[in-house]
Design a protein around this ligand. Structure first.
Ligand SMILES: [Zn+2]
Length: 423
């Protein structure tokens, strides 16, 4: 396997990655371009201000109560989006959230915190746990993803609300693939599309595909209600647009998290079994199981994403990144896998059998005794030729942004990380 000489990404990185003649990946190159002094962020932010002003004006003319929608989970990005939109651009957003039913106590506190601190209204759609269970079981078998409904929900329900309330602007935070893998560069000014949502975030599945699938035994139209995309006519008559703030700001989530902790009291995880990063996906109870699945499929997981981001931000060396991958990513069976298996009523063998066909054969090999063996990992590539030429110098040492645990009226147990909260 080939690995980027600057970060830790392997060449089988999903959805796609390219390496240049120096052995540096497209994600690192896009990142470098974004950090270059030639990018005029002030000009971009002025452009954003003009754009937002036109929507404010339109809302005023229409006597509309809200200027825009911010789709939120309550996480650090949601806090940062709300900060920019309410404090810097003085807009009146409507928050829209999708409750996937797999919540953590700290995630619930952060969501409540947002509604309180920003003084914005929230519409939240809650999927019931029985439906969540059916969809997780189905998608685990199909694509090895237990969180399809998270993505389908947050990428579709806000658009249903935009159409229903006639709000023509949605404001998203970062465009994930553009930043991680360099799928788009800054000049593309990529906006939200139904196609990107379906292909990358919903793994190719619209709800209609699930209903038409003969292998689907129990998922109904009602189960899929928040995932149906409005018609082209509905979208067109509203002139609906979805913009990404990462097209207008350098986007450093470490810096954003520091700010939202200090200014708004955002809370991080206390501990995370499968990652050093305590501020991503704080609301997601089954994140550890989700990370584990990614590793079992592709031979690398979310720690590779997180370490690579910090290497590009010049806070970790590649060697430190590799140490973190070794510590957190490799064959750590997450504790909450047991809770997940109990919830979806599945044995561990069934769970593993379900994803057997999804193992990437360029990363894994089946031994004669039936066990899977990882063929290679970035730790075997510490001294590859060209590493020193590709290396970035450390600007600021990485440190954990862990916040003190807050007391909560709804949850005060010591082991709250092990409590699954539906509502
Ligand atoms: Zn790279």
């Amino acid at each position: 396997m080939r690995y980027c000489l600057r970060c830790c990404y392997p060449e089988n990185c999903r959805p796609s990655i390219l390496f240049d003649e120096h052995g540096v990946c497209s994600g690192c190159r896009t990142f470098e371009q974004r950090r270059s002094e030639t990018v005029n962020w002030k000009e971009k932010q002025q452009e954003l201000a003009t754009l937002l002003e036109s929507y404010k004006e339109q809302a005023r003319k229409n006597n509309a109560p809200y200027d825009c929608i911010i789709p939120i989970s309550g996480g650090k990005d949601s806090h940062f989006q709300a900060h920019l939109i309410t404090q810097i651009y003085k807009m009146k957003p409507l928050f829209v959230a999708y409750n996937h039913a797999y919540n953590t106590a700290v995630g619930m506190r952060n969501l409540t915190n947002m509604v309180d601190k920003f003084g914005c209204d929230l519409i939240r759609y809650t999927t019931n746990p029985k439906t969540a269970r059916k969809i997780s079981r189905y998608m685990l078998k199909k694509v090895g993803d237990i969180t399809w409904h998270y993505h389908a929900g947050i990428m579709t329900f806000p658009i249903q609300i935009a159409v229903r309330y006639r709000i023509p602007l949605m404001i998203w935070g970062e465009h994930g693939e553009a930043l991680l893998h360099g799928m788009h560069n800054l000049e593309d000014k990529v906006e939200f599309t139904k196609k990107h949502r379906q292909e990358h975030l919903m793994r190719g599945f619209e709800p209609e595909d699930i209903l038409d699938d003969p292998q689907n035994k129990d998922i109904t139209r009602t189960d899929l209600a928040p995932f149906f995309y409005p018609s082209d006519d509905e979208i067109g008559s509203l002139n609906l647009r979805g913009i990404y703030l990462s097209n207008y700001y350098p986007w450093d989530e470490f810096e954003h998290t520091k700010m939202v902790i200090e200014k708004y009291g955002f809370e991080t995880f206390q501990d995370r079994q499968t990652s050093f990063n305590l501020y991503q996906k704080v609301d997601d109870f089954f994140q550890d199981t989700h990370n584990y699945l990614k590793y079992l499929k592709f031979g690398y997981g979310r720690v590779t994403d997180q370490a690579s981001t910090e290497i590009r931000n010049q806070r970790l060396t590649r060697e430190q990144g590799i140490e973190l991958i070794k510590k957190y990513e490799h064959l750590i069976r997450p504790k909450n896998l047991d809770i997940f298996l109990k919830f979806v009523e599945m044995t561990e063998k069934e769970f593993l059998d379900n994803i057997e066909h999804l193992r990437d054969k360029s990363a894994w090999q089946k031994k004669p005794n039936g066990e899977w063996e990882l063929l290679d990992w970035v730790g075997n590539h510490v001294f590859d030729k060209g590493i020193e030429d590709a290396r970035l110098q450390i600007k600021e040492k990485w440190y954990s942004l862990k916040t003190p645990k807050k007391d909560s009226a709804r949850n005060s147990s010591d082991n709250e990380d092990e409590e699954l909260i539906f509502l």
